[in-house]
Write a protein that binds this ligand. Structure first.
Ligand SMILES: *[C@@H]1O[C@H](CO)[C@@H](O)[C@H](O)[C@H]1NC(C)=O
Ligand SMILES: *[C@@H]1O[C@H](CO)[C@@H](O)[C@H](O)[C@H]1NC(C)=O
Ligand SMILES: *[C@@H]1O[C@H](CO)[C@@H](O)[C@H](O)[C@H]1NC(C)=O
Length: 256
């Protein structure tokens, strides 16, 4: 019986692999959003949304960048080393009559909730725990403030954003660092390519969070971008930055 079971298991895995080969695993990553999973949630900051600056995803002023207060930090198990930055989650409090409020929120992942291995308790951002550290205003929509921490259920949902994908040019003339934000759809960018008006497409590498880098010299050329999200969809924005682009400027491309 055991042999039969493992044979079936093997066939199942092979089937999954061949599905992935055919569909590039799109079906797999999309269907993962269908199911509600369990996690826990806490909050940080105050009701005014202080502490909405910077963070491990590399975004800047989250209010100015359009994320507002609808944000969360993710534990190691969900953060995926920064690749989940920009993804959107629907969250509701679960199974606590005492603490749950009857509201469902949608938040964008904009930060990391770091583990603390020397902490004997309240170390809920340690692996393998799935944990959302929400902005306080978001937490207070789904649960009573005094609870501090509540069980939640969550699932991935498409991100809804206003306007196009934003490209903030950082770095210096010899090292271009581009922050990619305000991404709709899957939201989590997994690949970025850049093209100068005199070059072919150049593969960028991820530096940290959603900051992508290249050492190609592109000064004096207009810039185009190809952005791919985790569902393998790609959007190309041609000549989003004019030839006289400057470090520190933000340019707007197309949207998913
Ligand atoms: C929130 O901002 C208001 C007005 O700026 C201020 O009066 C209040 O003290 C702030 N609350 C907190 C918790 O910081
Ligand atoms: C909670 O939400 C559900 C589904 O949206 C609804 O059917 C139910 O009446 C709500 N309960 C309360 C107490 O608001
Ligand atoms: C980790 O937890 C320990 C024990 O509670 C605490 O002293 C320390 O400051 C924490 N470290 C960080 C980086 O928060």
């Amino acid at each position: 019986m055991a042999a039969t079971g493992s044979t079936l298991g093997f066939i199942f895995v092979v089937k999954l692999l061949s599905l992935c080969l055919f569909f590039g695993c799109v079906a797999g990553s999309l269907s993962s959003g269908v199911y509600w999973r369990r996690a826990h949630a806490t909050f940080y900051g105050d009701m005014n949304g202080s502490e909405t600056m910077q963070g491990a995803c590399g975004y800047g002023d989250l209010i100015k960048q359009g994320y507002g207060l609808e944000t969360t930090a993710l534990s190691t198990a969900l953060f995926n080393d920064g690749l989940t930055c920009g993804a959107c989650f629907q969250i509701r409090c679960y199974n606590s009559r005492q603490w749950c409020l009857n509201e469902t929120i949608v938040v964008t992942a904009t930060n990391f909730c770091p583990p603390n291995y020397s902490k004997p308790e309240e170390n809920w951002c340690n692996p393998p725990l799935r944990h959302f550290d929400l902005s306080q205003p978001m937490f207070r929509k789904i649960a009573v403030y005094r609870s501090g921490i509540v069980p939640v259920i969550y699932r991935r949902v498409p991100c809804v954003k206003t306007g196009g994908i934003k490209f903030e040019i950082k770095g210096n003339p010899w090292w271009l660092l581009v922050l990619v934000y305000n991404v709709a759809g899957a939201g989590d960018v997994v690949d970025v390519k850049i093209k100068g008006s005199n070059t072919d497409w150049i593969q960028m590498s991820r530096n940290w969070g959603q900051n992508w880098q290249t050492s190609a010299l592109l000064q004096g050329q207009s810039l185009s971008f190809r952005v791919t999200t985790s569902d393998r969809r790609m959007v190309e924005s041609d000549d989003v930055a004019p030839a006289d682009w400057k470090i520190g400027d933000v340019y707007e491309g197309k949207q998913f």
